[in-house]
Design a protein around this ligand. Structure first.
Ligand code: HEC
Ligand code: HEC
Ligand code: HEC
Ligand code: HEC
Ligand code: HEC
Length: 425
């Protein structure tokens, strides 16, 4: 069965599911004085313990872990989060794999995809895993909490208490609810995100590199200490969490130059892609690929491909061999050139397009797994097919940039481009 699993595996223990065993915060310091490191060690102390006995007399709306309940009062956060991938971390891409796992294996994935004990308990009930809770679901746990993915409560609620960043006068809600909240600077710190976006030193590697290394890339970048993950991914505290799936974010990441020139009698297109706007490698993981494609565009719409380069970290489906690593580190530049046969007639342009496949690695993994569909039950195959089409449907074009070739064309004929067998020249 293991050969079906995607290998983002970190070592965590098997959670014990009783709805009401609250283990308590380990620290003895008043929370606000606790260092960021110590706060985060408690806050993300996996496996996260159950919330414990509900607070007596708290109204149902304020007691609920349901994102839809938070939405009644925190509408802006709910709307933004609902459009983000954090609300969709329990889609078909992980579902088909959970169906092939036992509880211990499944919980390793849920640690990042649905981390609350109450979410793991619901998955255990759904999958019929052995350590599912015996007692009825308490009122503060909605039936679909596990499907909500990285829900509000996963980041903000521990032991039924709310935790958040220090309040800002402009956006602070009037009145009180859910017994107030505890403020800590850790929410504004890049390390807050590390629990899911950075593997520990002994985490899984390919070619010696950690599969997830985003915080370390940020720490080594020109943005360290200047712009946090939150400042780019939650501007003005908006819960957008936009990344490589978003065309505007991709454009923000790069400074793009396309320069057609003549060199030693050849026509050459030079492309320079600089990572000036992502606080980590572009892209940070092995999953996305970005295709930088050059083509000649004719005056009447004809297109002649000139060449392409793939930006990204290419690893085989078994996560053992690196094929290439052409990610662009923060502050770094990737440059390439292509010769092309200069068209003799007027009106031609050279075009660069950036096409993004945000889940390219998963597309390959899912297609490869489909070869073994005969070993799976129909429910699993249905989820797997859905995962493949969902992943493929995320592809998009982020940018098209074109330059006139007139200046090259009017150069003296003796320096004209090589024709490379093109019949037209
Ligand atoms: C009935 C309305 C209501 C509901 C429901 C509610 N909240 Fe709140 N929340 C408030 C109010 C009012 C405050 C301001 C409390 C204060 O200033 O003491 C607040 C404060 C907060 C803060 C701190 C904001 C800051 O400035 O740092 C966080 C975080 C928070 N809530 C999260 C949640 C989450 C998560 C849920 C759902 C699990 C939730 N709340 C449900 C009304 C609500
Ligand atoms: C992945 C973790 C994560 C999730 C999920 C999440 N939040 Fe937050 N939330 C944060 C962080 C981090 C901040 C502080 C951002 C900053 O200071 O730049 C924050 C800030 C807030 C604030 C304070 C906003 C302000 O303007 O002062 C509220 C209220 C809040 N979140 C509620 C919610 C609600 C409601 C949901 C679900 C709809 C939610 N959060 C989901 C991490 C999260
Ligand atoms: C340390 C945190 C972490 C663990 C553990 C983890 N993931 Fe993920 N997973 C992520 C992050 C972050 C992303 C988004 C970045 C990306 O696409 O690479 C992601 C993306 C995915 C995706 C693609 C998006 C989607 O929803 O289709 C799938 C599928 C997936 N993970 C499955 C798994 C499975 C199966 C496991 C357990 C074997 C697992 N993950 C364990 C953090 C984690
Ligand atoms: C509990 C785990 C968890 C925490 C905490 C968390 N994330 Fe995520 N994040 C994920 C997972 C899982 C995904 C993958 C979603 C998918 O593709 O299904 C993701 C996706 C994202 C994406 C979208 C990537 C894309 O492919 O477009 C961004 C951006 C992001 N997270 C930023 C952050 C930031 C910033 C923080 C800290 C404030 C944070 N995350 C905290 C688990 C987490
Ligand atoms: C200076 C702004 C900036 C900072 C700081 C920043 N990011 Fe990003 N991030 C981006 C941009 C722009 C993209 C889209 C391009 C890309 O994917 O690299 C992105 C993409 C992502 C993605 C999508 C997946 C991928 O393979 O690229 C994730 C996940 C992510 N960021 C998480 C984080 C985390 C976690 C931190 C903090 C450790 C962080 N980012 C810091 C700007 C930033």
């Amino acid at each position: 069965m293991r050969r079906f699993l995607i290998g983002m595996v970190v070592s965590v223990g098997l959670a014990v599911f009783a709805w009401q065993t609250w283990l308590g915060r380990v620290s003895t310091l008043p929370v606000a004085e606790e260092s960021v490191e110590s706060f985060l060690a408690n806050h993300w102390n996996h496996p996260l313990p159950p919330q414990g006995a509900p607070v007596v007399d708290r109204p149902a709306l304020e007691a609920s872990l349901d994102a839809a309940s938070c939405a009644q009062c925190h509408t802006a956060q709910w709307e933004a989060w609902g459009g983000s991938l954090h609300s969709r971390t329990m889609g078909p891409g992980i579902q088909w794999q959970l169906r092939l796992m036992n509880q211990e294996q499944g919980n390793r994935c849920l640690r990042c995809h649905a981390p609350l004990a109450e979410q793991k308990a619901l998955v255990a009930l759904e999958r019929g895993w052995s350590a599912a809770p015996a007692k009825a679901r308490p009122d503060y746990v909605p039936a679909d909490l596990h499907r909500q993915g990285v829900a509000c409560a996963a980041c903000h609620v521990r032991g039924h208490d709310r935790f958040g960043p220090p309040a800002r006068a402009e956006t602070r809600l009037q009145g009180t609810a859910h017994g107030g909240f505890t403020a800590h600077d850790a929410f504004e710190d890049s390390r807050f995100c590390a629990t899911c976006h950075q593997f520990p030193e002994d985490g899984p590697r390919v070619a010696g590199k950690l599969q997830e290394d985003t915080l370390a890339q940020w720490q080594a970048s020109p943005f360290a200490g200047k712009q946090s993950c939150q400042q780019c991914h939650m501007p003005e505290r908006q819960h957008l969490f936009r990344g490589i799936h978003d065309p505007e974010m991709v454009r923000k990441a790069l400074t793009v130059e396309l320069i057609p020139l003549r060199e030693n009698g050849r026509a050459v297109a030079r492309v320079r892609l600089s990572n000036t706007g992502a606080g980590h490698h572009f892209p940070t993981y092995m999953v996305p690929k970005v295709y930088a494609r050059l083509a000649l565009l004719g005056p009447d719409g004809e297109t002649r491909p000139v060449g392409e380069e793939i930006i990204g970290w290419q690893v085989d489906v078994g996560l053992t061999d690196e094929q290439f690593d052409r990610r662009i580190p923060a502050g770094g530049t990737f440059e390439f050139e292509r010769d092309f046969p200069l068209p003799t007639e007027a009106g031609w342009r050279i075009e660069l397009s950036l096409d993004v496949a945000p889940r390219e690695h998963y597309e390959r993994v899912f297609a490869d797994s489909l070869q073994k569909a005969s070993l799976m039950d129909t429910g699993t195959v249905t989820e797997l097919r859905a995962a493949l089409s969902e992943a493929a449907a995320t592809r998009f074009n982020a940018l098209r940039l074109s330059r006139s070739l007139e200046n090259l064309r009017i150069q003296p004929v003796d320096t004209l481009a090589r024709c490379d067998g093109d019949a037209d020249c």
